[in-house]
Write a protein that binds this ligand. Structure first.
Ligand code: BG6
Length: 506
């Protein structure tokens, strides 16, 4: 049983990874995430021959559905794919079960236990189980408690089959609720059995940040305050809130994106080299970054962040509604669909280097990028010289671009920025896998390196709580303040301060 990846030697073994036979139990199986992400990711792992023999899935939801109807969901998503081998698909589908019932009902867990024991016998899954909470967050504590009560959780150190729990985001809605959820979970599970998922950590390019920084010497000397002027992290989406109005009204952009995905990106850019690529060493360094983030004083709450909400506008020449006109959104809503925040990290490496994070719905395009903006040369010999930029493109067109100055051919010493480009698609000739593939495989393998630890989640909420409190107590008079299809409110430009700093237009 391997519930940690504590051995540094694992680093070299990560390529040949096959989990032990096991069952994945998904709570919220009739939901969108299961259909759109989890089942397709598991199928992709199956096609890759990465799943163990006998691997099975039990979907749980209140909606009555037969095993066959549950299986049909995956048949539908693969129907158009001509490369699918029907016999491999059929084999995989045979391991998919559906169990209908209410999350509140203790009897449902008793019948689930019987089903899991039957699967163990029939498919040789040896009592190894991962439970995936993909329901609405208000059900997470109930699921955990009922699993404990029904005797479905094997303690971590026994030799008789492993149990793990995956908790989807959002993990709490502020520091107090995150702490409470942690306490509930840790009454039943050991921390090493808990996988708090943040799908951004499963993205190839996000993992590549670690390789970029720690497998190459060229950045080591300049990845700090001496050479870096500022860091800009942008996660822009052209979609609006779609059908998720009720969720979004409760959450808002800061909870939905900055408290988790974007702070994760910030920690990976800013962390010190871990001593090994394993769960504890990597997460120790990430937590240190979060603890070093400068707390927001009352003054900075007014000056170092900008919120926005979209008005009607145009995306790809099509007219789209404003946030307040979206389905199940209040016509006087105070919820932000855009935020830009200036962070500082108070440590030797980063003192006084601003980290600008911005994200929004209904921006002109879907693009996520981390831009490392280097300082200009200390003494300018050439009039037109510009500062260098390393742009790490997370999606789409995954890759990296280094922008630096070169001499324009000709008799005069003129220069202009040129690009050195690395594209995943061109260099590796494969499309990056979906984030959920990597993360689901890691759960089955017992490798929690790419999942958030308890202290990490609580440190993130400690940073974010003052923003939420301040915005909650001061309703935005200016909403809506950006048109759909633009790059957000004008005030976000002022956040960068100083003439030489501008948001990149990715
Ligand atoms: C989710 C948020 O966690 O991430 C969504 O709840 C957001 O609002 C999504 O759209 C973005 O993920 P990706 O992988 O499409 O960048």
């Amino acid at each position: 049983m391997t519930d940690t990846a504590a051995n540094p030697l694992r680093a070299g073994l990560r390529l040949e990874r096959t989990p032990t036979p096991s069952v994945l139990v998904i709570f919220g199986a009739s939901g969108d995430l299961t259909k759109r992400k989890l089942l397709p990711a598991l199928w992709a792992l199956c096609e890759d021959r990465s799943l163990p023999p006998g691997f099975s899935v039990v979907g749980i939801a209140r909606t009555p559905m037969s095993h066959e109807q549950f299986r049909q969901q995956l048949r539908d998503t693969t129907a158009a794919d001509k490369t699918v081998d029907p016999s491999v698909l059929d084999n995989f589908l045979q391991g998919l079960y559906y169990h209908s019932g209410s999350i509140d009902d203790p009897n449902m867990y008793i019948s689930l236990k019987a089903l899991l024991e039957q699967i163990d016998k029939e498919r040789g899954t040896e009592g190894n189980r991962a439970f995936y909470c993909s329901t609405s967050p208000s059900f997470f504590p109930k699921i955990v408690e009922q699993l404990g009560r029904a005797g479905l959780v094997t303690p971590n150190a026994t030799g008789s089959g492993w149990t793990r729990i995956v908790v989807e985001k959002p993990f709490g809605r502020d520091l107090a609720s995150a702490k409470e959820l942690n306490q509930t979970v840790l009454k039943v599970f050991d921390e090493k059995q808990v996988y708090r998922i943040d799908h951004y950590l499963g993205k190839e390019t996000v993992q590549n940040l670690l390789v970029l920084r720690f497998a190459n010497t060229i950045w080591e000397t300049n990845w700090n305050r001496q050479y870096i002027d500022n860091v800009q992290i942008t996660v822009a989406e052209s979609l609006g809130v779609e059908q998720r109005g009720p969720y979004y009204e409760e959450a808002g952009l800061v909870r939905d994106m900055i408290a988790n995905h974007m702070l994760q990106l910030l920690t990976l850019v800013a962390m010190e080299p871990p001593v090994a690529f394993d769960a504890d060493a990597v997460r120790d360094e990430k937590v240190k970054v979060l603890r070093a983030v400068r707390p927001f004083s009352d003054g900075r709450l007014k000056t170092d962040m900008v919120r926005g909400q979209y008005a009607p506008g145009f995306i790809d020449a099509g007219k789209v509604a404003g946030y307040r006109q979206e389905a199940k959104v209040s016509p006087t809503s105070n919820t932000e669909s855009y935020a830009a925040v200036k962070f500082f990290i108070d440590n030797w490496r980063w003192e006084d280097v601003p980290f600008f994070l911005r994200s929004g719905k209904r921006l002109p395009k879907r693009v996520s990028e981390i831009a490392i903006q280097f300082k200009p040369v200390p003494h300018r010999l050439f009039q037109d010289s510009t500062a260098d930029v390393l742009a790490i493109r997370i999606q789409p067109d995954e890759g990296m671009t280094l922008q630096f100055d070169a001499k324009v051919p000709g008799q005069s010493m003129r220069e202009r920025p040129v690009l050195m480009d690395f594209r995943y698609g061109t260099s590796f000739d494969v499309a990056p896998a979906d984030a959920y593939e990597r993360l689901l495989l890691d759960v089955l393998l017992g490798d929690s390196t790419l999942f958030a630890r308890r202290d990490e989640v609580e440190a993130a909420w400690t940073i974010i709580d003052p923003i939420l409190r301040y915005w909650n107590s001061t309703p935005a008079q200016e909403f809506p303040n950006y048109d759909a299809g633009t790059w957000g409110p004008d005030a976000a430009d002022d956040l960068l301060g100083g003439q030489h700093r501008r948001w990149r237009r990715p």
